[in-house]
Write a protein that binds this ligand. Sequence first.
Ligand SMILES: *[C@@H]1O[C@H](CO)[C@@H](O)[C@H](O)[C@H]1NC(C)=O
Ligand SMILES: *[C@@H]1O[C@H](CO)[C@@H](O)[C@H](O)[C@H]1NC(C)=O
Ligand SMILES: *[C@@H]1O[C@H](CO)[C@@H](O)[C@H](O)[C@H]1NC(C)=O
Ligand SMILES: *[C@@H]1O[C@H](CO)[C@@H](O)[C@H](O)[C@H]1NC(C)=O
Ligand SMILES: *[C@@H]1O[C@H](CO)[C@@H](O)[C@H](O)[C@H]1NC(C)=O
Length: 387
Amino acid sequence: MCGLFFVLVACTMGASAFRIQQVESTEKCPDHTVYFKHYYELHGEPVVLKCPSPRYKHLDFSALTLNITWYKNDSKTMISGREEDPRIWAKGDALWFLPAMLEDSGVYICSRRNASYCAEVSIHLTVVEKTAAREISYPQVLFTFTAGNIVCPDLWDFTQNKTDLELKWYKDALPLEDNNEKFVRLEGSNTLIITSVLPTDCGYYTCKMSFPYEGVMYEITRTIRLETVEQEKRITPVIVYPTQKTTSAALGSRMTLPCKVFVGLSRYVYTEVEWLANNTIVDVAYEQSRVTVGERQETIENGEKFIEVPLIFDSVKEVDFYTDFKCLARNGYGYQVLPTRVKQEAVGMSWYTAMIPIALACVILMGICIHKCWKQRADKGYTIAKV
Ligand SMILES: *[C@@H]1O[C@H](CO)[C@@H](O)[C@H](O)[C@H]1NC(C)=O
Ligand SMILES: *[C@@H]1O[C@H](CO)[C@@H](O)[C@H](O)[C@H]1NC(C)=O
Ligand SMILES: *[C@@H]1O[C@H](CO)[C@@H](O)[C@H](O)[C@H]1NC(C)=O
Ligand SMILES: *[C@@H]1O[C@H](CO)[C@@H](O)[C@H](O)[C@H]1NC(C)=O
Ligand SMILES: *[C@@H]1O[C@H](CO)[C@@H](O)[C@H](O)[C@H]1NC(C)=O
């Protein structure tokens, strides 16, 4: 059951995480970019989307900082200030959701314009149920047998005016006590120190912060999936994403499969990240360029460097279900390979929803079997006793 749950979680992630749809460009705004960061948030919690900074990719917005407008892709009506809608409002380069709801999932477009020019960026937001927090967890990596920090990420938009953060920490849903020798909280900061990391420290960590806003108390939750890595491997790259062996995709859909690599202490060494299809370079395997390798993105998260290289499917075709994909990360110290496959998504109902009744039926069947077995034994016992 545990295994099944894991598969369910992994696959739900696969199904929702990697789909990027085509964005329609309006004739007024010729320059359209898709923001690399996909926001994953929890239902009922405050969310802030930020229009990317004046210099993003090839664009230079510096002359366009004054007039920023926000739209949700499917509505095309401008999102206004808080006076109009107390739940979703735009302010400067930020779009606030207080709080976000499941139905807010979608693509938001911020456009920056001046009298003669306009550029827009689309930002993907997915809001999930609170029970699905692990599916949207942040990967973090620590080395064993040394001290390490876990950082409660993405709090900046809510903590700008604060110097004393009060966070509650949990490991696998159990609260971490205050006077714990192993886990030390840095007062007022977003960091949890593990004094000596053991392989058993891997798992899910949750941090919670209260966020009062105009008399209402909101809660912000972040879930971290901690992976521990042996000391000897500390300078070799670690692939933290994808975590699953297969990703579901519908035929004809556009899909992006990111390969995210943690480069840890080797951050000053060049780490090559590439995708292979059937053990050959993607450009060779897919001469028509239906599947391509996207732009390499280097990000610093919590002071650690990650490299992300996406594999982009313009339109998923049947042949992709029979192709072996591999993400390969290597530097001068070592390498890691992660094989992965694309799997056809069940039509109509998503397959994991379909799996739930099957899993339930299995449990019930097992229950009946066990019950019968016991009854038979009990009956036998009784017969023998009677004889
Ligand atoms: C945006 O909306 C249009 C029309 O409503 C739709 O065809 C398109 O797929 C949407 N794009 C995204 C990225 O959701
Ligand atoms: C508008 O922005 C573009 C791009 O940054 C710039 O080249 C242009 O001079 C700006 N126009 C005005 C009127 O400010
Ligand atoms: C910003 O753009 C909107 C829509 O194009 C326009 O109505 C408004 O006057 C502009 N504001 C400024 C300060 O340029
Ligand atoms: C921080 O303070 C400024 C002004 O004091 C205010 O405009 C802003 O909304 C505050 N930010 C948060 C996140 O509370
Ligand atoms: C990869 O190999 C499989 C099995 O040999 C084949 O069916 C598939 O078409 C190949 N994929 C590509 C993209 O050539």
